[in-house]
Design a protein around this ligand. Structure first.
Ligand SMILES: NC(=O)C1=CN([C@@H]2O[C@H](COP(=O)(O)OP(=O)(O)OC[C@H]3O[C@@H](n4cnc5c(N)ncnc54)[C@H](O)[C@@H]3O)[C@@H](O)[C@H]2O)C=CC1
Ligand SMILES: O=C(O)C(=O)Cc1ccc(O)cc1
Length: 311
């Protein structure tokens, strides 16, 4: 195995993402020492039972002390509190990064507290599932996925390259963009799909004429796909909605307009319009597959669309 990239990596937050990182760091030998810290003592105890790290503490300051790389993997609404907590203990020259699903808000919360000499590089692995907690993670989560950095104007290119190498060794491809562009893009490709899923499952749950047992009994695969997304962690998604408010509202406004147009086509029996739209959207899935992206995210039963015979 090659030399570790870092002597000590500290993981702040050890849920789905933190624990997946712990597992891949161990598997790839990316650090000599993995320090794990999280706010909740039972979660930390579980991480220790799973053997995810080399040291464990609910004291974040103690965990990040002497770390060369600190990765904050907590709900985005907690990033500011974490930054305040750990700032004074960060080692000069250390790289501080995060994995939050929104970027402008995380930067606004964390950057003011980062001491001079610490390289703060905001990041976001576009990899996840609907599950949460330390048991949910797996080392392969980041394989063949994008990790997007939204570097600050004064980001040190050497530190950026080192963090890029870290994510490449986790299996990811790297891209960089500015935080506002990230937040707008993610609003449409990730945040809106989750919000729509929460909404449709909530609507089905509210229906009096369709009992809950019928929703479960007859749920076709389309509805099941929505229930998977709608089973995602409520704290995480509450925070995403609150911290990417403007971009989400912009995308929701466009979505509502398009939905109204679809509604009109159905009302007036405009089959040509429906057919034209459904043909256009079908091509999007084809281009995702042609671009080499897997289409089924959550687990290793990933059945590609190329094998429809398998169902
Ligand atoms: N779940 C997903 O599919 C993805 C999540 N993300 C982002 O990753 C981050 C973490 O998400 P998950 O790992 O899925 O969540 P999770 O709920 O599985 O884990 C969150 C962890 O943060 C800890 N925590 C919460 N508040 C804290 C605080 N104030 N101080 C220290 N620890 C705290 C919890 O105890 C837990 O260990 C979020 O910002 C989320 O937006 C990014 C990509 C995918
Ligand atoms: O479970 C899914 O389908 C996801 O979309 C996972 C996911 C959730 C949040 C992110 O910021 C990135 C990926």
């Amino acid at each position: 195995m090659s030399d570790p990239l870092f002597e000590k990596i500290a993981l702040v937050g050890i849920g789905l993402i933190g624990s997946s990182l712990a597992r891949v760091i161990r598997r790839e030998g990316l650090a000599r020492h993995i320090a794990i810290t999280t706010r909740s003592a039972p979660t930390l105890a579980r991480a220790e039972e799973l053997g995810l790290g080399d040291s464990y503490s609910t004291d974040a300051k103690a965990a990040v002390k002497d770390a060369d790389l600190v990765i904050v993997s907590v709900p985005v609404g907690s990033s500011g509190a974490v930054a305040v907590d750990i700032a004074s203990a960060l080692k000069p020259g250390a790289i501080l990064t995060d994995v939050g699903s929104t970027k402008a808000s995380v930067i606004a919360q964390m950057a003011p507290h980062v001491p001079a000499g610490v390289h703060f590089i905001p990041g976001h692995p576009l990899a996840g599932t609907e599950k949460s907690g330390p048991d949910a993670g797996f080392a392969e989560l980041f394989e063949n996925r994008w990790c997007i950095f939204t570097p600050l104007p004064d980001t040190d290119p050497v530190a950026l390259e080192k963090l890029s190498e870290f994510w490449r060794r986790c299996g990811s491809n790297i891209d960089t963009m500015d935080p506002e562009h990230h937040d707008m893009t993610l609003a449409i490709v990730s945040h809106l799909p989750h919000i729509i899923a929460y909404n449709i499952v909530g609507t089905a749950d509210d229906l009096e004429s369709v009992t809950k047992s019928e929703v479960i009994k007859y749920s076709a695969s389309g509805f099941r796909d929505f229930t998977r997304l709608a089973a995602s962690d409520p704290t995480m998604w509450r925070d995403v909605c609150l911290h990417n408010k403007d971009a989400i509202l912009e995308m929701l406004a466009r979505f509502s307009e398009d939905l109204a147009s679809l509604q009109r086509a159905i009302r007036w029996g405009d089959g040509d319009k429906l057919f034209e739209m459904f043909t256009r959207t079908r091509a999007i899935r084809r281009s995702i597959i042609d671009a080499g992206q897997e289409v089924d995210v959550p687990n290793f039963g990933r059945e590609a669309i190329e094998h429809p015979a398998k169902g």
